[in-house]
Write a protein that binds this ligand. Structure first.
Ligand code: AHR
Length: 628
């Protein structure tokens, strides 16, 4: 039975308590929420992003009639600009017909829908005085999916050309072909195709179904842009020509005209265009009524790459960048960075109130020293901004305790906690925050999930969230993680919303989150339950056993439980077909294509299909016992 004390006093619940954490993992941005349909639009893909990439990834030559030519990616002083270094050079042999390239988009092909309109654009230049006629067409194989668009590139200076395509026929294997007739040389860059109906019709906008699913949650806040994405890699700035391709996420790289944004290697094993950048994140947060909550790197590299950068000048620059970020978000149009925001289309300030420094640093003392410098500089100039710290990657333990001690002693306003645990853990830890110090820092539960995407996970999370809510005076913000995942290339699971090129669907956990976010109460009404049945075994059976296995070669990995059965192995690839389980023995082997974490190199590695090289790894395979 449940007794409720309507007159009793419980903590107030902030409207912003439940929100979302957005990170470009699992192709959440490029190939996901960012509606660009052309993959590798500026020919910047590189083996440094992913060893299977070439500058022509996703592109194929195409020719019709007697036309022929060569298609080469160039990196020379004919480039579009210093931050967009490569371009495609087509040398045309002048035969009757057309020669060019076709892009396959992400995964199996562009999902083209009959009746929909698509906005095409390209930067081009030609050495042919009469101009070069370009043909732009959506097709599946040799079958056109609509009427081709014709534009003529004129002049040997980079110029942007635009046009629209309307599909007559649907296909999930669409290609965007750009071909040229005649002779001479034509250069192309930033070949782009967006559906006309992006979220709220914004140019350079967001994929509608995904943006709407997130909006339907009515999130109180939007934490972005990561996660491990933020604080891994080099903290140096982009510098042409020999730029570092594994830089931490630095917001200044991600604003301004898209063709002037440099690319970067994404920590999760692919290229990130930064087409979806800080301006777009702020705009989206505003569009869905969520408080924007950006995360900046604290110059202590996390996520298994535990390293503290010891360079006062670099630290000073990052702190200044963070102050500039606040000006970009909140400054008047007369300020340097407020003017840039206005030029991008948003003269009104975005109204930033919270900002997080760092993510999951495993070196609490080194992190806190740097965090303190950020915090002091921000609070000196913007005392109204809440500067959020964190407690490392674990839910408990020495690092966690040390981080909390430092944060508590320094009277930090809010501390971010992250944990991914079994459903059983969530059921057993409902009272976690009952004991938290009411005088200490508030909690931002920035990342959590129970480890699977079953109904029982959603139920365990819902049960846990009642504990968060009961402690709404301490837990001020909470977000499930990760938010989005492409079924074709997921580096992490479980996830809240899954998608492929054509469609998307919420997991059971999505429904839990929606239920809580759509029904945020004003205050907690004290209640007591009695006579509740004692827990009798696990909800999904996920208990206790968690182990790591190692093997010398990635095709020779097995995980075996003590009793030889009932193990669950997850390669975080989102594709269980990459694992085989020997019947009845409880052991697995990894096939080409699995996502592995390499302990030795201390970095994540994607073993891609078709990679002919043999690699040695220490594989970490997490196994969770299913029952018993
Ligand atoms: O949410 C996925 C990852 O989990 C985040 O990038 C990181 O912060 C955490 O380890």
């Amino acid at each position: 039975s449940i007794s409720v004390d309507p007159a009793g006093e419980g903590p107030a619940i902030d409207d912003s308590m439940y929100g979302v954490f957005y990170e470009d993992i699992n192709h959440a941005a490029d190939g996901g929420l960012y509606a660009e349909l052309v993959q590798n639009r500026s020919f910047e893909y590189d083996p440094a992003d992913n060893r299977a990439y070439t500058p022509l990834t996703a592109w194929q030559e195409t020719a019709s009639g007697a036309a022929s030519g060569t298609a080469r990616v160039m990196d020379d002083d004919g480039r579009l600009n210093e931050r967009n270094r490569r371009y495609l050079r087509l040398d045309l042999d002048g035969g009757d017909g057309r020669f060019g390239v076709a892009n396959s988009g992400y995964n199996a092909g562009i999902a083209v829908r009959a009746g929909r309109t698509y906005d095409f654009s390209v930067w081009a230049r030609t050495d042919r005085p009469a101009g070069t006629p370009l043909g732009v067409e959506l097709r599946d194989g040799t079958t056109p999916l609509g009427t081709a668009l014709r534009v003529t590139a004129r002049g040997d200076r980079w110029t942007k050309y635009t046009g629209t395509l309307t599909a007559r026929t649907s296909s999930d294997a669409g290609r965007l072909a750009v071909t040229a007739g005649g002779s001479g040389t034509v250069r192309l860059d930033m070949v782009s195709l967006f559906p006309r109906d992006t979220y709220k019709g914004r140019p350079n906008g967001l994929r509608e179904d995904l943006a709407e699913k997130i909006a339907a949650l009515q999130p109180g806040f939007l934490r972005f842009p990561g996660g491990c994405l933020v604080n891994t890699g080099s903290h140096e700035a982009y510098e042409a020509p020999d730029f570092e391709r594994k830089r931490s996420y630095q917001w200044k790289d991600t604003i301004g005209p898209v063709e002037q944004r440099p690319v970067n290697a994404n920590f999760w094993g692919y290229n990130q265009t930064y087409g979806l950048g800080y301006y777009e994140y702020f705009q989206y947060a505003e569009d869905i009524g969520a408080m924007a909550l950006p995360v900046v790197p604290a110059l202590v590299t996390g996520c298994g790459q535990n390293r503290a950068t010891d360079d006062p000048e670099l630290l000073r620059r990052h702190i200044q960048d963070t102050l500039d970020l606040i000006e970009f978000a909140n400054g008047p149009v007369t300020s340097t960075w407020g003017r840039k925001r206005a030029r991008m289309g948003h003269p009104r300030p975005f109204g930033l109130t919270h900002l997080e420094v760092g993510n999951e640093e495993n070196l609490p003392d080194q992190f806190f020293a740097r965090f303190t410098e950020f915090r002091e500089a921000i609070e000196a100039k913007h005392p109204d901004i809440t500067v959020i710290s964190n407690s490392g990657p674990d839910d408990s333990g020495a690092t966690f305790d040390r981080a909390w001690q430092l944060n508590r002693d320094a009277k930090v306003a809010m501390v971010d906690e992250h944990y991914y645990n079994s459903p059983q853990w969530f059921l057993e830890n409902n009272e976690r925050y009952d004991a938290y110090d009411r005088q200490g820092p508030k909690v931002f539960l920035g990342e959590y999930a129970s480890l699977d995407n079953r109904f029982s996970n959603a139920l365990a999370e819902a049960a846990y969230m009642t504990g968060l809510e009961r402690n709404a005076d301490v837990v001020k913000l909470a977000s499930y993680a990760p938010l989005l995942a492409d079924t074709n290339d997921a580096q992490w699971r479980p996830n809240m919303i899954w998608f492929d090129n054509a469609t998307s669907w919420g997991s059971a956990s999505y429904e839990t989150q929606k239920l809580f976010m759509n029904n945020v109460g004003d205050e907690v009404v004290p209640s007591r339950a009695s006579g509740t049945p004692a827990a009798s075994g696990p909800v999904t059976g996920a208990v206790g056993l968690s182990t790591w296995a190692t093997a010398a070669a990635y095709d020779d990995v097995s995980v075996t439980s003590a009793d030889g059965a009932n193990l669950f192995a997850d390669d975080f690839s989102g594709d269980d077909s990459r694992w085989t389980r020997a019947a009845g023995t409880g052991s697995w082997s990894v096939r080409d294509g699995a996502y592995v974490q390499s302990d030795a190199a201390a970095e994540n590695t994607l073993v891609t299909a078709g990679d002919p090289t043999w690699h040695d790894y220490d594989l970490k395979l997490k196994a969770t016992k299913q029952s018993g």
